[in-house]
Design a protein around this ligand. Structure first.
Ligand SMILES: Cc1cc2nc3c(=O)[nH]c(=O)nc-3n(C[C@H](O)[C@H](O)[C@H](O)COP(=O)(O)OP(=O)(O)OC[C@H]3O[C@@H](n4cnc5c(N)ncnc54)[C@H](O)[C@@H]3O)c2cc1C
Length: 187
């Protein structure tokens, strides 16, 4: 049983994985390797003057792996609540986690098989999003969503930020108190 399973390894999912793994949570990222970010060139990502999408995504994955996050290339077909957590059904087997964070970008096709509420997107070119509350919670207990699929503006600094926000909410729920992850610059 994982503490946190993240569906999607783009900016939102990669960022969530960094926070979850660095907080010592047993974390797995399941990704179908279809991130649209891999076609992007960014000159508006705060702190990174000019960066290619593939480099941003790969850097995020290696940061999360450094803290122990596992990455599996597969496609998730459904997430279903169980007695102890959430079952994740993929094309190559099943996983179980206490919490799931959906970070699936422009894709919400797992919604129907998972009983997840969706609504019309409000951002340009975004047709459908998961219906989440301000914390990132969906209508299924233990299932959260972050990034483009949760309706935020489709920009890497914002989707990565939303991934971090939702991960901190999940970690805080697992810990039973608000979580902060600050490292200090050594003098
Ligand atoms: C051409 C282009 C140019 C852009 N330029 C900029 C720019 O200059 N500046 C900027 O800030 N942003 C730019 N963007 C937007 C930015 O790249 C991202 O789109 C945005 O950050 C989305 O991140 P995300 O993590 O929400 O989604 P994505 O990066 O799309 O990641 C979603 C991931 O979820 C996976 N996934 C989906 N469904 C499943 C499933 N069922 N099972 C397993 N995995 C699944 C996908 O394979 C993908 O890897 C650009 C986008 C494009 C397309």
């Amino acid at each position: 049983m994982y503490d946190v399973a993240i569906i999607g390894a783009g900016p939102a999912g990669g960022s969530a994985a960094i926070f979850a793994a660095k907080a010592g949570k047993k974390t797995v990222v399941l990704d179908s390797n279809k991130s649209v970010t891999k076609r992007a060139w960014m000159e508006n990502h705060y702190g990174a003057p000019a960066i290619a999408g593939p480099d941003l995504v790969e850097t995020g994955i290696s940061q999360a792996k450094k803290f122990g996050a596992e990455f599996v290339v597969t496609t998730v077909t459904a997430v279903n609540k169980t007695e102890n957590g959430v079952k994740i059904v993929t094309e190559n087997g099943e996983y179980e986690a206490k919490h799931v964070i959906l970070a699936t970008g422009m894709m919400t096709d797992v919604a129907e098989a998972s009983g997840l509420k969706t609504k019309d997107g409000t951002e340009p070119r975004i047709k459908t999003i998961f219906d989440v509350d301000a914390a990132g919670k969906t209508n299924v207990e233990g299932v959260w969503a972050a990034g483009t699929c949760a309706g935020v503006s489709m920009h890497t600094i914002i989707t990565a930020g939303d991934g971090a926000k939702v991960a901190i909410n999940v970690i805080s729920e697992l810990n039973g108190e608000r979580y902060v992850d600050h490292d200090v610059l050594k003098a």
